[in-house]
Ligand binder design. Structure first.
Ligand code: FE2
Length: 481
């Protein structure tokens, strides 16, 4: 058989290869440079030959156009918007613009508030997986004085001679209500951690598809596997895409966000979390904090520092005690990465957390403790630890452990556990309306796996289990040893 090569195809192929190889000029390390004929002005660019075939440049490298845009829950979600994003280092002035959302494009003709971001020059290189040096500017902005229960549009970016080229799209963002008793909901994810683009993307996207009006999302640690891997963080942002910019989120750090007692250097530049934790402790700034969302007090405990640094533990306990003592919210939830009581096989309950946190959880009648780390699912009440009997009329604190990524461990059937599951990627939607809290755990294809309601009546709290009829999922039923 005779092969002929079409010269147009050959030209197109070489053009495509040359274009794909062109990376941002900020990232020039270990590379040769040469003029580039397809640009208007001559510039140099970089070729990482070793990684060209395996790295997604968009996931790793910033450009002049904002990426990794994320809205975080501010201290007061009824009046504030907190947003962070990334560009290359050529963008030194970046802005957020906010306007009241309108039915049509007329918001662009009205009052648009513009605020300049705080910009941080940032470089990091993850050497464990031989990632290249990534140079970026991270931008952070907080808008105050918004109206409660109001839908806004916002975008981030910088001037480009009156064009939209260097701006993000306009995202729609709704502030929380400032009234008691109104319904709201949030999605709680356990560890995403591995195969973020390949396998976790399905979970966050299906959660959003099922509950597009959800008010915020909560990530209970180990969002990634290697604390300073720019590729993994890039995949985490890729998986959530515009959801991260549209639905505000909060996150508590896991052990994989840490190396020993050092938090990933990306955490604070890329997130805009409340800085209202224990005063003077910079190592837990934006990792231990509290948020009020309508009738809920939601508290993140940095359990990595808590476990590994006794002086830090003392400060967090004191701070948590004062937060809970002064708490006026009807509902209270704690989130931390390590579970106090482990459902995982071959793992022990966390004695440090139990000793120091359980007394406060009991004393102040915390409603929910939302955790990760064990790569399995379990939900129950520790008040049932001995008897295994559900106290329906005076429910204690509900403890949950969940997992959203594909890494899976097996669990042990313990008396406190009401529902357990292995080898199942899950997300939980928690809805609060006045005296009622509803919790539902779903698989990515929308199957309900666990559910319960808590109903408050004065000092009492009733638990109503709504565990679906479908059988418990165990690894042995899916993986033959
Ligand atoms: Fe973990």
């Amino acid at each position: 058989m005779k092969f002929t090569i079409n010269p147009i195809f050959l030209f197109t192929f070489f053009l495509a290869v040359s274009f794909v190889s062109c990376k941002d000029e900020e990232n020039q390390e270990d590379a040769h440079q040469h003029p580039h004929p397809h640009e208007e002005s001559e510039h140099t660019h970089t070729h990482y030959k070793a990684q060209d075939s395996i790295l997604s440049h968009k996931i790793l490298y910033p450009s002049k156009v904002p990426d990794r845009i994320i809205a975080n829950l501010p201290e007061d979600p009824s009046t504030m918007l907190a947003v962070n994003w990334r560009t290359n280092q050529q963008i030194t002035n970046s802005y957020v613009e906010v306007a009241l959302a309108t039915d049509g494009p007329e918001f662009r003709l009205g009052d648009i508030e513009r605020k300049r971001a705080t910009t941080e020059v940032f470089e990091n290189q993850h050497l464990k997986h031989i990632e290249p040096l990534v140079k970026a500017n991270y931008h952070s902005a907080t808008i105050h004085n918004l109206k409660p229960s109001t839908t806004y549009v916002y975008r981030v970016g910088s001037e480009a001679e009156n064009s939209d080229l260097l701006w993000s799209e306009w995202f729609q963002y709704t502030t929380a209500s400032d009234k008691q008793g109104e319904e709201f909901s949030f999605i709680y994810f356990g560890d995403a951690q591995n195969d973020l683009k390949s396998m976790w993307s399905r979970v966050i996207r299906s959660s959003y598809k099922k509950f597009p009006s959800v008010d915020f999302m909560l990530h209970a640690g180990d969002l990634i596997n290697d604390h300073d891997s720019n590729i993994q963080w890039g995949e985490w942002f890729y998986a959530g895409s515009f959801i991260h910019a549209t639905t505000p989120s909060i996150m508590t750090p896991g052990n994989h966000e840490y190396k020993d007692t050092t938090l990933t250097s990306l955490w604070r530049p890329q997130f805009n979390l409340p800085k209202n934790g224990p005063k003077g402790l910079t190592d837990i700034s934006e990792t231990t904090y509290a948020v009020d969302y309508q009738d809920l007090k939601l508290i993140s405990i940095d359990c990595i520092n808590f476990e590994r640094k006794p002086e830090n533990r003392e400060a967090q306990v004191k701070w948590l005690d004062s937060i809970l003592k002064n708490n006026t919210k009807k509902w209270t939830a704690l989130t931390m990465h390590f579970p106090l009581y482990t459902p995982a096989q071959k793992r022990e309950d966390n004695a440090v957390l139990i000793e120091h946190l359980k007394p406060l959880i009991d004393k102040y009648k915390v409603d929910l403790v939302l955790q990760g780390h064990d790569h399995t699912y379990a939900r129950g009440q520790i008040s049932n630890k001995e008897s295994g009997v559900t106290s329906m009329s005076d429910a204690g604190t509900i403890y949950a452990v969940s997992v959203s990524g594909p890494k899976m461990y097996e669990s042990t059937d313990k008396k406190w556990i009401e529902r357990r599951g292995e080898f199942t990627q899950l997300f939980q939607i928690i809805t609060i309306k006045d005296n009622k809290l509803s919790y539902e755990a779903y698989t990515p294809i929308g199957n309900l796996y666990d559910a319960f309601d808590l109903i408050k009546n004065g000092d009492k709290k009733t638990l109503k289990n709504r565990i679906p009829d479908n059988p418990i999922r165990l690894k042995k039923d899916f993986v033959k040893e």
